[in-house]
Design a protein around this ligand. Structure first.
Ligand code: DLL
Length: 435
């Protein structure tokens, strides 16, 4: 049996978890009905009164929330507490450039930190550990989330943020980092960089907490072998708090959802019907303890399977598989959420036709985004230097929209294959989703 951060919660009986969920859901529904106009309207339209929700069994009566709702309500529409009680925002990119902004009270930060602390303790973290956080800090939730969790555990926290690999490795060797938190692709890159420098013997890592993007079992084995560590998965999303919505334990076979804070459901993405354990569908979360930004039945678009099977680690909270795909077209490139519609908006605004293709590859564990765009016949007759100037303009417009570099190639008119049905806009050669 492993160690737990909050054993009485993490190993509570199913009945106890259920009782917490029933009680907290009733309170939460009242809170959002009284404070968020969108939910009040939606519930009124469905003819659902807050008092109709007596517990988890009534969850299906509540309306869903989507990323579009978050965009439309930007920035304050879904806020359920006065702004004066909020202490933080975090954010992620939206579909057409509008960002999604999530708000936190101090209570919300505390519960998020606790969820991340559970994840750190589950991989063996204690106050004796040196937790090296190489997720980005800032609006992205990765850095702040694991940082907060590490403080709760009492570990020495290195707020490295991402990038500057030489400095990462220097701190890692000088300060004896024992737990590394970053994206799996960065972990793989770090591993290679450590090997290249011949520093394998100088590092003291024992475990890694990797998430924010899809990764395969092969990648897990590769990282484990190269760094000589155990590699654990962690899942989360800004809308629901950030990393730590669920986390892997020593069994390394799916992630325990922190069910005392988030109720997980799997639905058929087309019909919205709730599916039983073991069936594959879209993961939906209801946050039952958050104050500032509580969402009802938020559709994550991640395709997963839930399981209540007994876990050897002793935790009783439901397990979710790694995301097995998306029910929308969102890509995660270099850890950044990218929607094809964002790219299309840039192209159309700049006067290009909607004939384009987005090609994502992974070279040396680093993602590469290429956008091929057809020129108009007029552009095609331009000089090579004029064309390369146009490519540069598109690179910077895309950088402004997405926040990451995309390689742009302008191609001759009518060279991108036309499709008879749905246009094939995205070619993702990474094969990250399994199952
Ligand atoms: O990526 C939060 C996070 C930070 C999770 C650090 C884990 C570690 P967003 O930027 O809002 O938040 O992106 C959320 O990323 O809906 C999934 O599609 C994807 N995702 C997150 N974790 C995993 C994972 C953070 N372990 C979106 N495996 C989610 C696969 C993941 N996909």
């Amino acid at each position: 049996m492993g160690k737990y951060f909050q054993p009485e919660i993490e190993c509570a009986s199913q009945e106890q978890i259920r009782a917490w969920q029933d009680e907290r859901l009733v309170k939460q529904v009242r809170h959002v009905y009284d404070n968020v106009e969108m939910y009040r309207k939606r519930m009124d339209e469905k003819g659902v009164r807050p008092e109709d929700i007596k517990g988890r069994d009534d969850l299906h009566k509540l309306p869903f929330t989507t990323k579009d709702d978050l965009r439309e309500q930007y920035p304050y529409g879904l806020l359920a507490k006065p702004l004066s009680e909020c202490v933080r925002i975090q954010s992620t990119s939206g579909t057409t450039g509008r960002r999604v902004v999530a708000f936190y009270t101090q209570h919300d930060i505390d519960l998020w930190d606790e969820c991340c602390a559970r994840a750190i303790v589950a991989v063996g973290g204690t106050k004796e550990d040196v937790v090296h956080v190489s997720y980005g800090y800032g609006l992205f939730t990765g850095g702040p989330g694991l940082n907060g969790g590490s403080h709760k555990v009492g570990s020495l926290t290195l707020p490295m943020s991402s990038g500057n690999t030489d400095r990462q490795i220097q701190f890692m060797t000088d300060l004896g980092s024992t737990i590394i938190c970053c994206t799996p692709s960065y972990a793989a890159y770090l591993a290679e960089s450590i090997i290249e420098r011949g520093l394998q013997d100088k590092i003291s890592l024992k475990a890694g907490i990797f998430g924010a993007e899809a990764w395969t079992e092969e990648m897990r084995h590769d990282i484990e072998e190269k760094l000589g560590i155990k590699a654990y998965d962690i899942y989360g999303l800004t809308e629901i708090s950030g990393p730590g919505v669920s986390f892997e334990c020593e069994a390394q076979s799916g992630m325990h959802v922190n069910e005392d804070h988030f109720i997980a459901e799997i639905i058929n993405p087309v019909t919205g019907e709730v599916l039983p354990d073991g069936e594959k569908g879209e993961l939906v979360f209801t946050s039952i303890t958050k104050e500032a930004f509580p969402l009802l039945r938020y559709r994550t678009r991640d395709i997963c399977i839930l399981s209540h099977e007994k876990c050897p680690c002793g935790r009783t909270h439901v397990k979710m598989t790694k995301p097995l795909g998306r029910s929308d077209d969102m890509l995660i490139v270099k850890g950044v959420n990218v929607f094809p519609s964002q790219i299309e908006t840039v192209l159309l605004n700049k006067g290009y036709p909607a004939n384009y293709q987005i090609i994502v590859t992974r070279v040396n564990n680093s993602d590469n985004l290429e956008v091929q765009v057809e020129m108009t016949p007029e552009m095609f007759s331009d000089s090579i230097s004029a064309i390369s100037q146009k490519e540069k303009e598109l690179v910077s417009a895309l950088k402004a929209m997405l926040g990451i570099f995309a390689d742009v190639k302008l191609v001759a008119p009518k060279t991108i294959a036309r499709s008879e049905g749905k246009a094939v806009r995205v070619i993702d050669k990474r094969n990250l989703y399994q199952g």
